[in-house]
Design a binder for this molecule. Sequence first.
Ligand code: URA
Length: 260
Amino acid sequence: MADDFKTNFADPQLQKELAARLQYYRDMGIYDLYRRKSAGGAGGDGLSAVSTEECRDSAVLPVLNTTIDVEAELRAIREDIGDCTRCGLHKGRKNIVFGVGNPHAELMFVGEGPGADEDAKGEPFVGRAGQLLNKMIEAMGVQRADVYIANVVKCRPPDNRTPERDEMETCSPFLYRQIAAIQPKVIVALGATATKALLNVNEPMSALRGRWHAFRGTKLIATYHPAYLLRDPRQKGEAWKDLQMAMKELALEPPPKNIA
Ligand code: URA
């Protein structure tokens, strides 16, 4: 690989964007890219094959525009999902629940999958668990509209059961693409299903929460799912500790207490 490319891509932020973009292509099953030789370069047809692995390793990818148009990218992901029938969950759904929020969010929440209310509305976390999530978000000093919220699976599992492995494997590449497009600074994984799907681990929540993890270079904190907190409110204090770790990372302050 030419040294001038290495120089251009020495910027760590650019490399991070580049790595995310390459992962995005790999998630789509694209393993070979073509780069155009520079105008003054050797002859030939002007194109040479380079694998996404090779690009990642050498941090070289001049052909791709690393300034991601996030809104366009999210629209493209939604279009790719289409009227999805890739797994059995489509049979019982009313709506695909894609995700909602600020495409430029620094903070992203990932849940498990839509419930009845979300399925009816086509929006994540709008039921009882969603009301609690909204309170958690506001306690962090931000609004729901400031963050981005998505799920591991985009169709409601029957009777709100946990999504099965094949359903998660089928759907999660779309979530990975959403994360790659948004590039949040912090991901909060809500509950064991989301945490395990993102981290590919199989430990209990008690062992996963309370410490930082990384999802493809993005800082990830795991905490209890709001639905679990509704069932066992005694755990809210522990969840608040997790959220405070995210707040510290993002330099967020809780809103001033209303003393009126
Ligand atoms: N639970 C989830 O995990 N996601 C939702 O969107 C709603 C409830």
